[in-house]
Design a protein around this ligand. Structure first.
Ligand SMILES: Nc1ncnc2c1ncn2[C@@H]1O[C@H](COP(=O)(O)OP(=O)(O)OP(=O)(O)O)[C@@H](O)[C@H]1O
Length: 261
C-alpha cells in the first residue's frame, strides 16, 4: 500500500495527532496523446490527481473529455505519453510489461460497463479467476464475506447467462475486490443496468468502501450514481476543471447544468 500522505483528512482530533490518510493512487502531470501530427488527439493534458485510500471518487465530464483514458492510464491498462502514475509506492512507467501485468493482478481491480465475465465459468469461478491466474487463492472466509455482501451466495454455481444483469455486474465487482486490491477502477459500471439494479450495485460498492475500506474510482454520466461517492472530479477537454466533496445527485445535476451553460 501507499506510503504517501495528504492533508489532514482522517485526523485524530482527540489526541491532536494528524493521522495522515494514505494515497492509494496518484497521477502527476499525466498527458496522453493518441496518434501523431495533425491527427493527434491530446486526451489528457497534464492531469494531476490523488485518490486517497478508503475513498469513493466519481469521475464525470462530457463525452470525449478523457474519463476512460484517465481510468485506463491510472489502472496500467494503457501507457501515458508523459507524467507519472503511481499505484501505492510503485510508479508504473518504470515497469516493463510483465511487471506491470503482475502489479495489475495484485493491486488493481477493474470493472467494465459490459460485465466481461467468462461465459463458460460459474459465478464463483469468475470471481476467483484473477487470483487463480496469479497462482493464488483467496481465504475461504474472505471469499464468503465478499460474495455474501454482494448477495451472491445462492448464485455461485450459476453461469453468467443464468444471472440477471445486476447479478452479473455484482460478480464483476466481487471479482475486482477479491484480491483486496489497492484500488478498484470502474468504467460506467451501471451503464447497462436499470435504475433499481444500478442503485443496488452502487449500494454494494458504497458498503465495500465503508465496511472493507476499499478505494474506488468510478466513471459515470449519472448524477444519481455520483451521489454515492465521497467526491466527484469533473473533467473537460483533458483537464480536471473542478471537484465536489460530499456530492448529492441534486448538487451534481445543478453543477453539470452550470458547466453546460
Ligand atoms: N485509441 C484511441 N485512438 C485515438 N483517439 C482516442 C482513442 N481513445 C480515445 N481517443 C480520443 O481521446 C479523447 C478522450 O476519449 P475518452 O474515451 O477518454 O473520453 P470519455 O470522456 O471517456 O468519453 P465517453 O464519455 O464518450 O466514454 C476523445 O477525443 C477520443 O476520441
Amino acid at each position: 500500500m501507499a506510503g504517501e500522505t495528504s492533508g489532514a483528512e482522517g485526523a485524530d482530533k482527540g489526541e491532536g495527532v494528524v493521522a495522515m490518510r494514505e494515497i492509494a493512487s496518484r497521477a502527476v502531470a499525466i498527458s496522453k496523446v493518441y496518434g501523431h501530427g495533425e491527427t493527434a488527439v491530446r486526451a489528457l493534458d497534464e492531469v494531476s490527481i490523488e485518490f486517497p485510500s478508503g475513498q469513493f471518487t466519481a469521475v464525470m465530464g462530457p463525452s470525449g473529455s478523457g474519463k476512460s483514458t484517465l481510468l485506463h492510464c491510472m489502472a496500467g491498462l494503457d501507457r501515458v505519453s508523459s507524467g507519472e502514475v503511481w499505484i501505492g509506492d510503485t510508479e508504473l512507467s518504470r515497469l516493463n510489461d510483465r511487471r506491470l501485468t503482475m502489479l495489475r493482478r495484485k493491486e488493481v481491480g477493474f470493472v467494465f460497463q459490459a460485465f466481461n465475465l467468462i461465459p463458460t465459468l460459474t459465478a464463483a469461478e469468475n470471481v476467483e479467476l484473477p487470483l487463480a491466474i496469479a497462482g493464488d487463492q483467496a481465504e475461504r472466509s474472505w471469499f464468503e464475506r465478499v460474495t455474501g455482501e454482494f448477495g451472491l451466495a445462492k448464485r455461485l454455481r450459476h453461469r453468467p447467462t443464468e444471472l440477471s444483469g445486476g447479478e452479473q455486474q455484482r460478480v464483476a465487482v466481487a471479482r475486482a475486490l477479491l484480491s483486496r486490491p489497492t484500488i478498484v477502477f470502474a468504467d460506467e459500471p451501471t451503464g447497462n443496468l436499470d435504475s433499481r439494479t444500478s442503485g443496488e450495485l452502487l449500494g454494494f460498492m458504497r458498503r465495500s468502501v465503508d465496511d472493507f475500506g476499499q478505494t474506488i474510482v468510478m466513471v459515470t454520466h449519472d448524477p444519481t450514481a455520483a451521489g454515492y461517492a465521497d467526491r466527484v472530479v469533473f473533467l473537460s477537454d483533458g483537464h480536471i476543471v473542478d471537484e465536489m466533496a460530499e456530492p448529492t445527485a441534486e448538487k451534481v445535476l445543478e453543477f453539470l447544468k452550470r458547466l453546460g451553460d
